[in-house]
Design a protein around this ligand. Sequence first.
Ligand code: PRX
Length: 662
Amino acid sequence: MSIESVLHENRVFEPSADFVKNANVSGMSAYNALCKEATDDFQGFWAKLARELLVWNKPFTKTLNEDNAPFYKWFEDGELNVSANCLDKHLNTIPNKVAIIFEADDGSVTNVTFKELYHRVCQFANGLKKLNLTVGDRVIIYLPMGIDAVVAMQACARLGLTHSVVFGGFSAKSLNERIIDAGAVAVITSDGQFRGGKALPLKPAVDEGIAMGGCESIKNVVVLKKTGQEITWNQNGNANNIWWHDLIAGQADTCEPVMLSAEHPLFLLYTSGSTGKPKGVQHSSAGYLLHAMNSMRWTFDVKDNDVFWCTADVGWITGHTYVAYGPLAMGVTQVVFEGIPTYPDAGRFWQMIQKHKVSIFYTAPTAIRSLIKASETTASTHPKSYDLSSLRLLGSVGEPINPEAWMWYYENVGGGHCPIVDTFWQTETGGHVITPLPGATSLVPGSCTLPFPGIDIDVVDETGKDVPWGTGGLLVIKKPWPSMIRTIYNDPERYKSSYYPVDLGGKIYLAGDGAVRDAKTGNFTIMGRIDDVLNVSGHRLGTMEIESALVSNPLVAEAAVVGKPHDIKGESVVAYVVLKGQRPEGEELKKIVAQLRDWVGKEIGPIAKPDEIRFGDNLPKTRSGKIMRRLLRSLAKGEEITSDISTLDNPAILDQLKEVVK
Ligand code: PRX
């Protein structure tokens, strides 16, 4: 997809009269009224929502504290517990309503009601109490998707333990780095996980990660028996290993929630930035949950009888906000899925929508694009082969959705009558910041449309000045908002310089994406990251992270990594490598490519493996020694280099780097 094709998009889809009539935000006049309310009395707008949606143990009196900006505090003198807001609150109203319909990799289904989930969370929380954890301790969760992952997160929230979920696809090394940075005291993991019909190990990565050193803070490793595969026991330093089932044995199934300050850190979630080291994005309790709930209400228009399904793993922010917290707090039934979209075949999503009568479906463009391709070759996996009439709303997240994929999703999955909410947001924003509201906004394929009410988002130039609509620039948020990142754990200076840079005046949040607003409608189109962050299949990866992984290999002298457009993954990873020895050839070359790909897989995780590796005697550099990434990006795309290369120190290198290893 080119930005051009998005900018010239003139198809517009209005919400149906019926949808508008029943919507939680009904019509553009309602949307405009909310935006006006937020403009007229910014703090009053959020305070009213926080009183309406959250259950407070101690009400707040102060809405926003800007004294130490950009370290904003919201509702700071209020007290509440997030888990009580997700579970206890429902015990008198909807105890027997299904909270989670869990479908395992093998297709088996388990339903859990709100009351049952409450008891499971309480029992596990009581188990955790035996481990002498204190409020604010960091706990790593390294679990496969499933009810237990939600239970673990909720149990931490109940006790005021700050969780940090690490996606099961990250390596032992990534786990090790996160444990050290977070100073975590416990890891909650499982023996293994099921994916696509296979049982894959998980616990060995924890053992290996801890054994890499620096993890003395870890006192306990709790292990869920999931696959039943052989694991080693107590092989990780001084940490005590204990089965999850032994930890909860005999524990009571009620547990008083610990009341915490609104600003208490609910979780850290590590994400990639422009330097080699992932950053621990720290979120609050009250402000975070408020936006999780309100976006469920306004963006997803949730009603009591909806069946909501967000396909994201809890290892990512989407799985935090729209699996582990938002749906539970709103009392909506949700589907939680352990497997992958292509197992047993590429009809899995559609079959599950049909089976569970899903009404709201939220997934990533990369999944849609891969399923389009599959359905073209195998008719039985085409959405039209399934009864998807339960659907009323579709969502997209994580990366730009190209208009062609949008139209396919709209027509083939949504039957031409379900609005699509293309939600733009980030790990740092906690929830949606630009998105259509389905009963109000006119939809334009490829555009995430308009700001969420109360989010003061705009496009500025490099000095922080507004640019006119129709002109591209930097995406920024001009006022704080309740679900915003509070800091980067252990690195407040990096928080300030990454998100509130002085070049922009130090008072506005820099998202890290380029964007343009439509000259007539003001609709936003995201033009991709402006920093060295790649978006591969909706997963955020830092080029520097992959580069440092490559140069840590003894064979490698230097490496540069760029993204290349990919029709399914959005972007793919291309690495340019200078070896310490000779530039390899033939079979040797292939062997080294495989070796380096595996190396990156071990250093970061399989998602970061370069799709392509090219070798040179050197990298294209300016005379001052700066790598010319612009040229590397052009070479990756196979473009002829026509631009001025007179500043290049070693032009001959370009020919070597054109060579693609097959
Ligand atoms: O570049 C934007 C892209 O994903 C980045 C955030 O990645 P992460 O923190 O991993 O969170 C992903 C899930 C919220 C953004 O800076 N992005 C996310 N949603 C969209 C998007 N790009 C275009 N359109 C979107 N809807």
